[in-house]
Design a protein around this ligand. Structure first.
Ligand code: FES
Ligand code: FES
Length: 221
């Protein structure tokens, strides 16, 4: 087939025909088959949990719980996320603020630094287990009386810590500032400041917190 374009010489005519034929055949292909659809990716398969769950049994506030947890779960996350005890607060999640303080087997700990699996068979007390709005623990009542809080975020940890501090003094456990490690410790102002130094209050309610603890300790230490 020859082009009718008078400007074309022989070689150009052949090339023009070839281009035209190519375009025509391409257009015909599109009309016949449409544009090829992009391949549809296969649906993602659920990936199996790489960490098998671990059975855990512990007592929280006098109630037995049997749960299954990822072994990487902290005690704080177990309390808040699985047992829905949100009184213990997550402040720093790094053991630096004390907002997550709970009492585990009689000792205060930062729940954010303790793996839940370490408490198999153990007993944990949170702020919810100390008292109720109708029947406050003496330390809770003293915090209310002395206005030992402002925003209240640190308060559950402060109160759990303060309750355990009094038990530590009663048990004769010295602190880093106890002058005589063999003498029964007294809850002096210096001892109180040292023992409560892991509980930070960003509202700065410290003087009222000290008043509250001192009042309760007066009848206990
Ligand atoms: Fe645990 Fe701050 S949240 S110490
Ligand atoms: Fe607000 Fe302590 S009362 S951080």
């Amino acid at each position: 087939m020859q082009t009718t374009d008078p400007r074309d010489d022989g070689v150009a005519c052949d090339l023009a025909l070839t281009r035209r034929d190519l375009l025509l055949s391409g257009a015909a292909g599109v009309a016949a088959g449409g544009v090829a659809a992009a391949p549809i990716p296969a649906p993602a398969q659920p990936t199996p949990n790489p960490m098998p769950l671990h059975p855990l049994s512990l007592t929280v506030n006098g109630q037995r719980h049997a749960v299954e947890i990822d072994t990487r779960t902290t005690l704080l996350d177990l309390l808040r996320e699985q047992l829905h005890l949100t009184g213990s607060k997550k402040g720093c999640d790094h053991g630096q603020c004390g907002a997550c303080t709970v009492i585990a087997d009689g000792r205060r700990i930062n729940a954010c630094l303790s793996l839940a699996v370490l408490h198999e068979g153990g007993s944990v007390t949170t702020i919810e287990g100390l008292g109720t709005p109708q029947s406050l623990h003496p330390m809770q009542a003293a915090f209310v009386k002395h206005d030992g809080y402002q925003c209240g975020y640190c308060t559950p940890g402060q109160i759990c810590s303060a309750v355990a501090v009094i038990d530590e003094v009663r048990a004769g456990i010295p602190s880093h500032v106890s002058a005589d490690l063999n003498a029964k410790p007294l809850l002096s102002a210096q001892e109180l400041r040292e023992r409560m130094s892991g509980n930070i209050c960003r509202c700065g309610a410290y003087s009222n917190i000290v008043d509250a603890i001192t009042e309760v300790a007066g009848g206990a230490a």
